[in-house]
Design a protein around this ligand. Structure first.
Ligand code: GLU
Length: 431
């Protein structure tokens, strides 16, 4: 596989969009570099009393529209280049859904699976203590959230550490918190729900009914599992699903989302419910009408929509040509590489890009922040109705741009986000 170069990919997309709308070189230059890059060492004690030191980052890309916003990831391959790219994409994402926030991203290069719970807690607290003392994080300055391998518990530790340093409560400094600490109802499935609204709009625009839509779903973590549930309820037909251990598909028909959850729950992975390594229980597979597929095979199934809810870079230049789905919904960040994008465009596969398709997460994060600042608690249906409106409006706004400039969905999303940020910079007089 080609080496990942996320920031260069972002720049290529940005420059292409800038050319289409004849953006001034000055404005483009502003968007090409983050406003601030913070790099620091995070040292914490292991359970054996030894000290471990890992690199931590927070990149603040653009704040013309509001405080920096974006998740924190713990991943062995997280590095500055990746965090920079993801921070920039957050600025655009918040612009696409038109919420008054800028873009940022944080990360620690670490394998959290190698840490005990108490080690994870000490590391999370230390990262946030440093970020707070350096004046990086703050309710009106930079507001993090969960991302890859971070969750509401990690947000809770970080919030607690922040408030200890400040000496007073400030729940809006971080989102994706547990409900008990000011989290918002609906935040846990917001990414999937938002992606679903985008897919519904897309199907509507293509004259297709949900009941006629077949889906292959890659990734069965939080976003994938919730998406399966929501899509199934709307009548869409999930014919295959996979997680990191491989996938399963229906020989005939489609999966009930409940069934997928049962499979996953029973053995920790979808395929694991039928196979132990290469040793598969053929009788059980026949009984359940299941066939196994590899992750790579799942990507190439002949379905209407391929939903990518796992990792970045899974569709690349070597497999893009083999995609038979008519459309791709990017629930993960960056699952389709730049080279693959170009191939898919030529093959007429529509890619509903991450900065639109997974923006439901940051949208409900924004609602959480609003609730925390006002001290209010919204009911779940209020949150979801508001989310629906935001997602639908964004899709409509994007379609206008797509038609006007005759560009891909990704390029239209870049243009939409970019124009909104540039306008804010102009109003502030920074360009
Ligand atoms: N990490 C998520 C994203 O990439 C959520 C960010 C947020 O809620 O601030 O969009």
């Amino acid at each position: 596989m080609t080496p990942k170069k996320p920031y260069q990919n972002f720049l290529n997309n940005l420059r292409k969009a800038a050319k289409t709308i004849k953006l001034s070189p000055e404005a483009l230059q502003r968007l090409e570099e983050p406003e601030m890059v913070h790099e620091f060492e995070v040292s914490f004690e292991l359970d054996n009393h030894k000290k471990k030191t890992v690199p931590g980052y927070r990149v603040e890309h653009n704040s013309a529209r509001g405080p920096y916003k974006g998740g924190i990831r713990f991943h062995p391959e997280a590095d500055l280049d990746e965090v920079k790219a993801l921070a920039a994409l957050m600025s655009l994402k918040c612009g696409v859904v038109n919420i008054p926030l800028g873009g940022g991203k944080g990360g620690i290069t670490v394998d959290p699976k190698e840490l005990s719970r108490s080690e994870l807690e000490r590391m999370s607290r230390e990262y946030f203590r440093i970020g707070t003392e350096k004046g990086i994080f703050g309710v009106d300055r930079d507001v993090p959230a969960p991302d890859v391998y971070t969750n509401p518990q990690v947000m809770a530790w970080m919030l607690d550490e922040h408030e200890k340093v400040l000496g007073y409560k400030s729940p809006g400094v971080i989102t994706g918190k547990p409900l008990e600490l000011g989290g918002s109802l609906g935040r846990n499935y917001a990414t999937s729900q938002g992606g679903f609204y985008i897919l519904m709009k897309y199907l509507q625009a293509s004259g297709k009914k949900p009941e006629e839509t077949t889906i292959a779903l890659q990734g069965f973590g939080n976003a994938g599992a919730y998406f399966a549930q929501i899509a199934h309820k709307a009548g869409m037909k999930i014919v295959a699903a996979s997680d990191s251990k491989g996938g399963i598909k229906r020989a005939k028909g489609y999966f009930e989302s409940k069934k997928l959850n049962e499979f996953k729950k029973e053995s920790g992975s979808l395929r694991g419910n039928f196979c132990d390594g290469d040793n598969c229980d053929l009788e059980k597979m026949r009984r359940e009408d299941v066939e196994t597929v590899s992750n790579e095979e799942l990507l190439q199934l002949d379905v209407d929509v391929l939903v990518l809810a796992a990792l970045d870079g899974v569709v690349h230049k070597d497999n893009a040509k083999k995609i038979r789905a008519k459309a791709i919904l990017e629930l993960a960040n960056g699952p389709v590489t730049l080279e693959a994008d170009e191939i898919l465009e030529k093959e007429n596969v529509d890619v509903l890009p991450d900065i639109l398709a997974n923006a439901g997460g940051v949208t409900v994060s924004y609602f959480e922040w609003v609730q925390n600042r006002s001290g209010d608690v919204w009911e779940e249906d209020v949150v979801i109705q508001k989310l629906k409106k935001v997602m639908q409006n964004s899709f409509d706004d994007l379609m206008k741009i797509k038609e006007e400039h005759d560009v891909s969905y990704r390029q239209a999303a870049f243009i939409l986000g970019m124009e909104r940020i540039v306008r804010a910079m102009e109003l502030r007089g920074v360009i």
